[in-house]
Design a protein around this ligand. Structure first.
Ligand code: GDP
Length: 440
C-alpha cells in the first residue's frame, strides 16, 4: 500500500516533538528537516518537498502554535492541512456536460493502466446511474481493441469500434452513436506509446481539437514515481489535461507521485486505481489520503468500500443470524467471500486508524482466507451447520481433505465456538438486548 515508509518516518519525527512538551523554533525546524528527508525518500519532487516544509515551518513557528498547550499536535494538524492542500485540497470530480454526451478522453503511456481504467471509470459511472459508451481509438496495437472489448464486457458497458480507422473518425462516430442510443457519457480509449513522441501527441491534439472533450484524463502509473510526474507535466503542456488518474497505488509503497502531481502540473488527481479488478478505483480525496499518510486511517473510504463492494442483503442476513445465534461455518464461509470482495487484506487493514503503521513491513498473506475456506469446504454439510459435533476423527479427515494441519482445523473450530459464545452473550445479557426487546 502507498506511503508505508513515509507514514512511519513522519510518525517518528512527530513522536520526538510530542516527547518535548514545549517546543522551540529549533525543534520545529529539526522535525521539518526529517519531514523533508522522508518526503524525498518517498520520491517526492525536490522543490515540492522544500516548499512544503517551508510552508509548514512558517505556520508552525507562529505564536499561536508555540504558545498552545499542545504544540506538537498543532504541528501535526498543520502538516495534515498542508498535505491535503498539496494534493489539491478539494475533491476534484468529473465535469459533466450540460448537454450530453459528456466526452472523456483517456490518454497515457502504454502499460500505465489506461485501458483498465477506461473500464473501471465506466463501471463506476454506470453504478452512479449513467450510461457510458466506450470507444476504441487505439488502432495501432492489434490487441488493444480486443482488450477494450473484454474489459467493456466485464464492466457491462458497450464498446464502439471501427477496426483500424482514423481515431478522430472513430471518436466522432462514437459520439453520434451515443446520441442515437442515449448514452450520456463517451469514454475514448486513445493510443498509448512506450514514450512520449511527436506522432502520438499530434494525434491526441487532433482528437482534442476535433471532438472538444469535456475531460482529458491522463492515466499515470504511481509506481514509476517522478517519471510519472514528468510524464504528467509533458502531457499537460502539450494537451492541457483536466485531471489525472493515478494507478497502481496498491503496489506503490512510496507515494511520491501522489504528493507531487498537483504541485508540479497544477492538475488534480481525480481518481486512484488500487488493484487489478474493475471495482478497484476510488475517487481521490486529498484529505483522506493525508489522513492515511499520517497513520490516522481512512474510515470513510472503508465504509464506502463496504457499501459498494459487499452484498447488503447478505450482510443483513448474516447480522440476523448472529442475533439469533444461528451463525455457523456456512456463514463464516460467506463472510470471507464478502471480505475478499473488499480487496487485499492489507489494504483494508491500513484504512483502520492506528493499524496502518503497525503493518509496516508486515507481509499479510491473502491466501490465509483461501486456506480457511478450504477447511470449511472439506467439512460435511452437517459439520458445517453443527460445529459442536466435531471429534478427533472428523478433524483428521478435514485436515487431510483440505491439506491443512490439525492445529489449523482446531483453531478454526475454537474460533467459531468463541464467536457463538460471544453472540449468545450479546443476545442474552447486556443493555443492548433489553433495548432491542423493548423496541420489538
Ligand atoms: P494500458 O497499456 O495503459 O492500456 O494498460 P492496461 O490497462 O493494459 O494495464 C497494464 C497492466 O497494469 C495490466 O496488467 C493491469 O491489470 C495492470 N493494472 C492496471 N491498473 C492497475 C492498478 O490500479 N493496480 C494494479 N495492481 N494493477 C493495475
Amino acid at each position: 500500500m502507498a506511503f508505508e515508509g513515509l507514514a512511519d518516518k513522519l510518525g517518528n519525527a512527530f513522536k520526538k516533538l510530542k516527547n518535548k512538551g514545549k517546543l522551540s523554533e529549533k525543534d520545529v525546524k529539526e522535525a521539518m528537516r526529517e519531514v523533508r528527508l522522508a518526503l524525498l525518500e518517498a520520491d517526492v519532487n525536490y522543490k515540492v518537498a522544500k516548499d512544503f516544509t517551508n510552508k509548514v515551518t512558517e505556520r508552525a513557528v507562529g505564536q499561536d502554535v508555540m504558545q498552545s498547550l499542545t504544540p506538537a499536535q498543532m504541528v501535526v494538524k498543520i502538516v495534515d492541512e498542508e498535505l491535503t492542500s498539496l494534493m489539491g485540497g478539494e475533491d476534484a470530480r468529473i465535469e459533466f456536460a450540460s448537454k450530453p454526451p459528456t466526452v472523456i478522453m483517456m490518454c497515457g503511456l502504454q502499460g500505465s493502466g489506461k485501458t483498465t481504467h477506461t473500464a473501471k471509470l465506466a463501471k463506476m459511472l454506470k453504478k452512479q446511474g449513467r450510461s457510458p459508451l466506450l470507444a476504441a481509438c487505439d488502432v495501432y496495437r492489434p490487441a488493444a481493441i480486443d482488450q477494450l472489448k473484454v474489459v467493456g464486457e466485464k464492466a457491462g458497458v458497450p464498446v464502439f469500434e471501427m477496426g483500424k480507422a482514423n481515431p478522430v473518425k472513430i471518436a466522432k462516430e462514437a459520439i453520434k452513436r451515443a446520441k442515437d442510443y442515449g448514452n450520456d457519457v463517451v469514454i475514448l480509449d486513445t493510443a498509448g506509446r512506450l514514450h512520449i513522441d511527436e506522432a502520438l501527441m499530434d494525434e491526441l491534439k487532433n482528437i482534442k481539437k476535433e471532438v472538444e472533450p469535456n475531460e482529458i484524463l491522463l492515466v499515470i502509473d504511481s509506481m514509476t514515481g517522478q517519471d510519472a510526474v514528468n510524464v504528467a507535466k509533458s502531457f499537460n503542456e502539450l494537451l492541457d489535461i483536466t485531471g489525472v488518474i493515478l494507478t497502481k497505488l496498491d503496489g506503490d509503497t512510496r507515494g511520491g507521485a501522489a504528493l507531487s502531481v498537483k504541485a508540479v502540473t497544477g492538475r488534480p488527481i481525480k481518481f486512484a486505481g488500487t488493484g487489478e479488478k474493475l471495482d478497484d478505483i476510488e475517487v481521490f480525496h486529498p484529505d483522506r489520503m493525508a489522513s492515511r499518510i499520517l497513520g490516522m486511517g481512512d474510515v470513510l473510504t472503508l465504509i464506502e468500500d463496504a457499501q459498494n463492494k459487499m452484498d447488503a442483503e447478505k450482510a443483513e442476513e448474516m447480522a440476523q443470524k448472529m442475533m439469533s445465534n444461528k451463525f455457523d461455518f456456512n456463514d463464516l464461509y460467506d463472510q470471507f467471500e464478502q471480505v475478499k470482495k473488499m480487496g487485499p487484506l492489507k489494504g483494508i487493514l491500513s484504512k483502520i486508524p492506528g493499524v496502518g503503521k503497525q503493518l509496516e513491513g508486515v507481509d499479510i498473506d491473502d491466501r490465509q482466507i483461501d486456506w480457511v475456506q478450504a477447511i470449511i469446504l472439506s467439512m460435511t454439510p452437517e459439520e458445517r451447520s453443527h460445529p459442536h459435533i466435531m471429534n478427533p476423527s472428523r478433524k483428521r479427515r478435514i485436515a487431510a481433505g483440505s491439506g491443512r494441519s490439525i492445529e489449523e482445523v482446531n483453531r478454526l473450530i475454537k474460533q467459531i465456538d468463541q464467536m457463538q459464545k460471544m453472540m449468545r452473550q450479546m443476545t442474552k445479557g447486556g443493555k443492548g438486548s433489553k433495548k432491542r426487546r423493548k423496541m420489538k
